[in-house]
Design a protein around this ligand. Structure first.
Ligand code: SF4
Length: 214
C-alpha cells in the first residue's frame, strides 16, 4: 500500500494573517489526506477577540455539510452548557483540532472516525495560528484530541479535567467532549456529565475573567 503523504498544514498557513484570511487559506490546505473525501474545510466560529477559546475534536457530519463548527447534536449540547455556565456565546471562539471531517462510509451513512495522531499533528499549525490571533486567556480542550493538539501530549480526561493548567501563553483547562455525553445511555449519567461540563466551563470562565491561572 502506498504511504500516505502528510506534509502538515504549515506551508498553507499565511504568516501574520487574521482569522478571516486563515479561514480562506485553510480551504486550500492539503496538509493531510482528510481534505479529499470531506465536503469542505470547517474552520471556526465566534469572536476573534474572545477571552475563552473552546477546542473540539473535528467537524462532524452536519458541520462538514454546513461548513460551520458545532452545529450538530454535540454542538447544540455544548451551546446549552455554555448558556448554563453563564457565558455569553458572543464571548467565545470555537474551533477544532482537526479541520476536516474524518469518516468511514457505510452505505449512505458517513460514520465519524476519530482522527489519528498524525492528523492532529498535521493540522496543529492552524490551531496555533488561531491562538496567535485570538490570544485568549483560557483554552478549553473538549476531549482528548483537543488536549493532545493543545498540549502536545497524551491527555487523560478523568485525571486532568476541571483544573486550570498554567504554562506559557493561555491557561488550559481539560474537559469532556460533549459528544461523549450523547453516547451515555442512562439519563442520570447524562445529567451528571452535563453538570460536570458546566462546572468546568464555569471554572474556565472565571479564570478568563481574572486572567490568572492557579
Ligand atoms: S485536516 Fe487539517 S491538515 Fe488535514 S487537510 Fe484539513 S486543514 Fe489541512
Amino acid at each position: 500500500m502506498a504511504e500516505i503523504e502528510r506534509p502538515g498544514a504549515q506551508q498553507w498557513v499565511p504568516a501574520g494573517a487574521g482569522i478571516a484570511e486563515l479561514r480562506v487559506a485553510a480551504s486550500g490546505c492539503r496538509g493531510c489526506e482528510l481534505w479529499e473525501p470531506a465536503t469542505q474545510v470547517v474552520f471556526s466560529a465566534g469572536t476573534a477577540s474572545a477571552r475563552l477559546v473552546l477546542v473540539g475534536e473535528q467537524p462532524g457530519d452536519q458541520e462538514d455539510r454546513q461548513g460551520t463548527p458545532f452545529v450538530g447534536p454535540a454542538g447544540q449540547l455544548l451551546a446549552r452548557a455554555v448558556d448554563a455556565a453563564g457565558i455569553a456565546r458572543s464571548e467565545v471562539y470555537v474551533t477544532n483540532a482537526v479541520k476536516h471531517f474524518r469518516f468511514t462510509e457505510r452505505g449512505k451513512r458517513r460514520l465519524h472516525e476519530k482522527p489519528g495522531i498524525a492528523h492532529i499533528d498535521a493540522c496543529r499549525p492552524w490551531l496555533h495560528a488561531e491562538l496567535d490571533v485570538v490570544q485568549p486567556r483560557v483554552v478549553v480542550c473538549l476531549g482528548a484530541t483537543a488536549g493532545r493538539s493543545v498540549l502536545g501530549r497524551e491527555v487523560k480526561i478523568g485525571a486532568e479535567r476541571g483544573r486550570i493548567l498554567g504554562g506559557e501563553g493561555a491557561a488550559v483547562l481539560i474537559t469532556a467532549h460533549p459528544s461523549s455525553l450523547l453516547r451515555m445511555q442512562e439519563p442520570a449519567d447524562r445529567d451528571a456529565a452535563f453538570d460536570a461540563l458546566v462546572a468546568d466551563l464555569r471554572t474556565a470562565a472565571a479564570a478568563a475573567a481574572q486572567g490568572a491561572a492557579e
